[in-house]
Design a protein around this ligand. Sequence first.
Ligand SMILES: *Cc1c(COP(=O)(O)O)cnc(C)c1O
Length: 821
Amino acid sequence: MKPLFSSLKKITPGTDLQLYEDHSILDIFLDSRNVPAHRNSLFFAISGAHHDGHQFIETLYQEGVRNFVVEKKINLERIPQANVFLADSSISVLQALSGKKRQYFEGKIIAITGSNGKTITKEWLGQLMDPFFAVYRSPRSFNSQIGVPLSLWPLSDYQDYGIIEAGISKVGEMERLQETIRPDIGIFTNIGTAHDEGFSSLEEKAIQKAQLFKGSTTIIYCKDYPEIAHALHSLPDIINKNLIGWSFEDNSAGYYVETEKNKQGIAIRVPFREKFHIFDVPFTDSASLENIVHCLFLLLNEGIPTKLIQNSLRELKPVAMRLEVKQAIHQTYLVDDSYNNDLVGLDTAIQFFRQQKQFKNRVIILSDMLESGLEDHLLYHEVADKIHRESLDLFIGVGKSISAQNEFFPEKSIFFDTTEDLILYLRDNPLRESVVLIKGARSFHFENIVKELELKIHGTVLEINLNAITHNLNFYRAKLKPRVKTMAMVKAFAYGSGSHEIANWLQYQKVDYLAVAYADEGVTLRRHGIYLPIMVMNPGLLSFELLAQYDLEPELYSIEIFQEYANFIRGKGLPSKVHIKLDTGMHRLGFEQHEMTQLFELLRNNPLIKVASIFSHLVGSDEAIHNGFSAKQAFAFKKMSEELINVLNYRPILHLLNSPGISRFPDFQFDMVRLGVGLHGVDATQLHQDRLLSVSVLKTVISQVKNVKQGETIGYSRKGVAEKNIKIATIAIGYADGFDRKFSNGVGKVSIKGQLAAVIGNVSMDMCMVDITDIDCKAGDEVIIFGKSPTLLELAKSIDTIPYEILTNVSDRVKRVFYSE
Ligand SMILES: *Cc1c(COP(=O)(O)O)cnc(C)c1O
């Protein structure tokens, strides 16, 4: 079904503001950053508390988009050839449109809800059904009010099943999702305390979620959750539904599932239609078992023979829950999605790939797609269309089917029959300075390409969760008054997390300004495609030329540096933006009150100097004992900046607050705030620590395990002494990686297999030893230095420092891995 724009008014309340030329709608999107811009795409403008989609309409129009749904009147003069539909809520239009698409779908819809395991259950179910049916499954965790309609959109006639995930966060939401999805079959995975804020009790949450299945004919659930059983039994017409309420616990239940451990994993005995069906699964944890039992009942219910299910189970793959960007050789970055390859997944991967704007060359490596349900020429035509839109520097296809359809692909394409052929080719023709999306069906073993290209430094990595950064950014943004801007502090490699990688992500999240400490940090950002304005806090005399060349804006903090810079600018004869730093009590950099007259004079005499902003810095914004002093600083800042504005005759941006300041002083927000450590999940005030997400995990591996006899010593200077017979592990991190020598001799603790292991002896340059007497582990096992436990804060406290220092000390040789869930 390809609805016409003009059909919108038939399916949902609203009016055509302008109808220029009717188009059928092929692509829909709400995110102005990720636009397939053509005349058949439809943009839904949504105005949120901190973001207004309407403001991007003109730009999108210039890029070629012709269809818009809006929720407020907009100026049509600049978009004369656009179709514009006005409704109370763009999201309702989206839901209605997708609901229509659903109505026309002739296959069956399976919907999955519950507190945990929705995505895994969906992915596994998809994998298990793939050999038997053409199955569509919604991309990653698209399960919200917006995600669900977006995920229904790609449904098409050739599919037998669509598997859709649905999640809610408050009362009433599920009814709307139900109207959009109208599932034939439901799976209610479980109920727990995840995302609890919007509900008064577990019972209420279960009842709300159960609404998804009011029109379903079959519902699969685990009756060991009494709230779920109760909620489902309160649905109307429940006696006429095929209810499969299975249990691990109640042996009198009709669907009592028994499990038995064996060598390979677990054998599951499932009763169904008067028979017992036995399956072997390769894992033993209870969460995975629960997910798989849901899938087994569904497959049995759909009539698939036990033997075939068992075959399919053998092929079950781990679910890659995230897309990663990995540093590779020759200044190349890999977007690693080597686990699966289907059309919808391709869209998601390409979207993430598209965000990596900081690299010169763009390459996609793609294998054959298996079991798409489409004929090859149709399938690869569609794939090639997507590839064409990305204007790549190189496309590489691997596999016989994709190679046979090479005519559809762009000119700069090469094809290989096998992954091995490609690897040999890459050894002689390496990719350089590129970002490479690697996406392949499991049987192509693209992980071997990743292995070949990945930087093989030692086993210590800092993993950075980009979504957590977004979460933290939004947490602070929500505290800002309307129109207050955000400057992200990305000095010192964005607090040790990377530089252009983080800046690129923040640029994509639409922060307003960036700040670095030194000019060369700014240059690196510019060279990697960062176009946001960048303030440089320590512009040295020698760096002025670089500033000008790379459009970087210096902080001017003294009469001397002002004069030097003004001379330089006069020589250039071009206007330049600067930031004036006022010293209100920190006594680090900045103009003091007694220098103001001289500063006024300089500003009057140097009209080429344009003051972009005026700012100051609080010395104790994180601690209540300094509240009086903070207020004094804010007052001085206000007074001094007002004097400056009088002289300037225009109003620069005023800013004072850092992360802890944002948490504690809503009245001092002025026009902009400077967000630093908060982005990295650290609340220096400790007021909201539980609302932030931790961003980075530093991990390494065990190099060797040894038994040490009582009385022997460990490491340099014989500082570590075995008080009894103990077992130790040598781990691949030392002070040169940023693991401080102060962690020696029991002060530092790391986590192995979820248990804490204390450092024993002195930390060496590249390694140290930890006591693992009570931990069952071996060489090659993972070691967490900081992350969930121990946390960054705990680690910092143990050596009496602050998280900032631990983060920025993680040395350059530690590989950074960025990922997005
Ligand atoms: C680093 C820095 C910030 C950010 O501080 P956080 O406490 O990390 O939020 C703000 N302003 C200035 C001037 C800085 O140097």
